[in-house]
Write a protein that binds this ligand. Structure first.
Ligand code: RB5
Length: 164
């Protein structure tokens, strides 16, 4: 794990400091790296949990359940505020993350669901598949998710029911 960039308070969207973790399995390294670049340029502090290529350019293989658990714990512990998880489909890695108490990971292949899962479900992890969405759609999904805010109110009671 290493820190990619420091967030400048003045440029961070939503008016504040936000630390975002990124994790993927071997199916999504290139997408993950492209999105770290994109979000870093937007002012987010991005933390890369891998996986990555080794110094010989070989993929460091990992099992998506391990990565989902690792990044899920980072969110639950408060090491990062939110996380972005990717595997081939986004499904397996989000299933694993959702086993960690306090994690609400949503697989979204389009921006509407990404926006709504923040507004209504207070999701703290957004997931998608590198074999499902392209780079530009993935950026739109991230914009929709991170620009949205949890609405609270009646949704808070329902989210509490999930946690209970
Ligand atoms: C790995 O080939 C693939 O199974 C994984 O990335 C993911 O799609 C699982 O849900």
């Amino acid at each position: 794990m290493y820190k990619v960039a420091d967030c400048s308070l003045s440029t961070c969207p939503n008016g504040g400091f936000m630390k975002v973790g990124f994790g993927c399995d071997h199916a999504a390294i290139d997408l993950k790296n492209e999105l770290i670049k994109y979000m870093t340029e937007k002012g987010y502090e991005c933390v890369d949990y891998g996986t990555n290529y080794d110094e010989n350019g070989e993929i460091i293989k990992c099992d998506y359940p391990d990565k989902g658990h690792e990044v899920g714990r980072a969110v639950a512990n408060g090491d990062v505020d939110y996380a972005v998880l990717m595997c081939g489909t986004g499904i397996g890695i989000s299933m694993a993350a959702n086993k960690i108490k306090g994690v609400r990971a949503a697989v979204c292949s389009e921006p509407y669901s990404a926006m709504m899962t923040k507004k209504h479900n207070d999701s703290n992890i957004i997931a998608f598949g590198a074999r499902v969405v392209g780079d530009e759609l993935a950026k739109m999904i991230l914009d929709a998710f991170f620009d949205a805010e949890f609405e609270g109110g009646r949704h808070k009671r329902r989210v509490d029911l999930i946690e209970d």
